[in-house]
Write a protein that binds this ligand. Sequence first.
Ligand code: NOJ
Ligand code: NOJ
Length: 518
Amino acid sequence: MTFLGPLVLAAYLVLYAFAHAIPPLPHNPGVGQSPLQQKPECSLDKWLEKEQEIAIDNLLANIAPGGRNVLDAAPGSVIASPSRKHPNYYYQWVRDAAITTSTLVDLYADDPFVNLSSNVVAILDAYASLQYKLQHTSNPSGTFSDLSGLGEPKFEADGSAFVGSWGRPQRDGPALRAVTLMEYLRAYNASNPSLWTSDDSENWFTPFYHPSLPANSIIKADLEYVSHFWNRTGFDLWEEVEGLHFFTAMVQLRALREGVDLALAFHDDGAAEWYRSQADALENFLPAFWDPSKGHLIETLDSSRSGLDCGLLLGSLHGSPALNTTAASLNPLYPPHSDEILVSLLALVRDQHVRFPINSASPSASPELTRPLKGVGLGRYPEDVYDGYGTKPAGGNPWFLCTSSAAEVLYRVSTHLQDSAQLSVTSRGMPFWEALLADVELEPGRVYTPQDRVFKAALERLRVVGDEFLDVVRRHTDGEGRLSEQFDRVTGFEKGARDLTWSYGAFLQAVRARDRVV
Ligand code: NOJ
Ligand code: NOJ
């Protein structure tokens, strides 16, 4: 992989923009504004290829060491966005950083010998060292000594505590970080088998920083946090409501299950047993998020919101084993192909389809409920009022990371069908399959196999609708392939924090999942 491509392209586009310094016309929403997109011969495949390089380049730009946007940040910090005002996202969120770093681990694991790897290994090591420091930094959520400080959602770019008021604690951070570091250990081990073995049990037990392998003790602290605090309320991934949340619970369960395996590998049998008992309890609790009267999962228990939320998709994606993993004896309750996730995705898409003018030329036209499933711009949740800068009535917009995640879910379902060689249409999942396969006759309760027309049609449609979601991303990028946080529900233009690290990561993960669809 070379970075020259995107640099040359970016330079060209900057020059192009200067030479044609005409502000985009607001009545021409989001389309036809980019030289890339104006070329009709540019297929989605071609665009994805280019955009992938741009995304990696812009993602690395927000990570120290080395990132061009973060020259004053502590090594290892992953900044949410280079935007320092309106809005100020120049902080390291534990969640965004862990999710982004896990994307880098995946890219490294896909091919540890690509050019990327030397930078990436330096970044991953710096990330681990910095997380150790952040864990031990006293902050408004608490301290390390009783682990309460691990629930702190964000830190300053230099690694010091953020002391302003905030929605805290957020209990997904330690789980995501543990998952990321465990993935890193596995990937690292796979390419350097002799360097890190289970005889290093010292590193697992020691609470002290170990310069060559800082990750171990960090993981254990996070697993202790998750196992002791999962049943307490905290703020959701959108940092707004306090309660118990599906996204948080899903990533916590994954951390605990993978933690059992790691503890066993390090002969820490007592920890393994404790994590298993807590994982079992959490798994028994998870079905509380299924609302039978609504017919979909809900993101937050006892909330006045509808519960339809992009956090459901993200919880399923981040709560399931990585695409390349062989380790984890993880068999999540709500993987992307589960009936519960599929019907929740359908309900969310139907809501967003009519909610946002850019998604439908005439929202009042035909009743959405009978229309086939279609890729549209997806926001966080129906009641959202945050427009990327502040809140206002009906301020919510579609988000790039949510739109990409819907594509990833569908591609992963397709891969699952292929791997398992069967499609089982249950009565719970029926609404999704009916919407996906609008003109195909379905028998509830039937298991279809690869020879069946229904099975083939399902594979085809999953791919087509997944691509429709990515096409929405493409339509709303600017001429340089940049991805901000949101795009305007009416004009389609980018809004909110520019160059959002997570937007790039979610896009890259969707493309990785697409690459696995044959
Ligand atoms: C309000 C948003 O809804 C929330 O998600 C965000 O984290 C904060 N503002 C800070 O930007
Ligand atoms: C607001 C989002 O709601 C939250 O999930 C994210 O962590 C921060 N922005 C930073 O990107």
